[in-house]
Design a protein. Structure first.
Length: 332
């Protein structure tokens, strides 16, 4: 068992990354069903929470079936971060996570997310403010540094541990890389070899297959892995990785019927949480990912994008299933 504060996780947990406009309750529910061990909310602005912004407050929604679950906050002001952690505490998540890794310009320009990588002293002060303001375990997600000339993850790991955080996730890229280039997990390996580091260290970046997950697990000796983009439209990746760890064999890929069922569940839960119109509108970003590599899906995708009710969704799913069954297309 691995522990984050009082949270018990499997020996080598698989975490779902917090992703803006992706990691909402419907998507998290699917990932939980398919093997995710710990999940996080979309990142939430501390300033937005304090202002009582509707979008920020909505992101606080968590449900018992997805536990353990953490709520991730970001910001560049100590007082705002401390107060937002207290607000987060009222909805009783299992932990609070701080985002020091988001590379998006609108976040960085506010001195938040990866923008804090330029000022480790500020990063420490912000983290202390959160740790002192909540009884919940506090974790951090960050990057290697601002760019290749200022990689500072070794100092960051030690100093953040001293603040009292209970785990650290490292996206093995710099802010300058954004999501491009190859993630360099050698830095994660070095952190794990540091005898002063006692908290769990989770690796993030480029884990997109069971084979790569097993290779990186053995090569870099981290305590668990966080999976982000590879899970979008493919929640099955968590159980596929676990199965490969245990048996050395690959699970078969989800059939077209299973993909359609995942879309149906995702759409229903999205409509239930956001309202039918908004829920189905926001589903549009997911269809291509669910059916990546499936032949002749282009015409169906266009029709899925025109769906505005759950009844229409059910009818189109049934028609799509019939088409693929009758034509006996390979389901990879």
């Amino acid at each position: 068992m691995l522990k984050i504060g009082n949270i018990s996780l499997p020996e080598f947990p698989l975490l779902l990354a917090p992703m803006e406009d992706v990691s909402d309750p419907p998507f998290r529910r699917l990932c939980k069903m398919h093997g995710a061990d710990l999940m996080y909310s979309e990142f939430i602005s501390s300033e937005g929470l304090i202002r009582d912004a509707i979008k920020s407050r909505k992101k606080l929604d968590i449900f018992d079936y997805e536990r353990p679950v953490g709520i991730q906050i970001f910001g560049g002001d100590e007082e705002a971060m401390a107060l937002s952690a207290k607000i987060v505490e009222t909805v009783q998540p299992d932990l609070v996570d701080i985002n020091f890794g988001c590379p998006v310009k609108k976040v960085v320009c506010k001195g938040a997310g990866a923008g804090v990588l330029k000022d480790i002293d500020l990063m420490v002060r912000l983290t202390k403010a959160v740790v002192r303001s909540t009884h919940l375990p506090v974790t951090v997600k960050t990057r290697l540094g601002w760019d290749n000339e200022s990689i500072n993850i070794d100092e960051v790991a030690e100093r953040l541990q001293e603040t009292g955080i209970k785990a650290l996730t490292i996206h093995a890229r710099t802010r300058a890389q954004m999501y491009k280039g190859q993630a360099d997990w050698e830095h994660i390996s070095r952190i794990k070899q540091n005898p002063n580091i006692e908290i769990p260290i989770f690796g993030n970046g480029d884990i997109d297959s069971p084979e790569k997950a097993l290779e990186y697990k053995g090569k870099y000796a981290c305590d668990g892995m966080m999976i982000g983009r590879a899970a979008i439209g493919y929640p099955w990746i968590f159980n596929e990785i676990k199965h490969f760890f245990e048996t050395g064999t690959l699970l078969r890929k989800p059939t077209i019927s299973e993909r359609l069922e995942a879309v149906r569940q995702h759409a229903e839960w999205s409509a239930e949480w956001k309202g039918e119109k908004t829920g189905l509108l926001e589903m549009r970003q997911h269809y291509s990912n669910y059916f990546r590599g499936i032949p002749h899906f282009k015409d169906f995708k266009r029709r899925f994008l025109e769906v505005f009710t759950l009844i229409e969704m059910e009818d189109l799913i049934a028609e799509t299933a019939t088409f693929y069954q009758e034509n006996e297309f390979s389901e990879r």
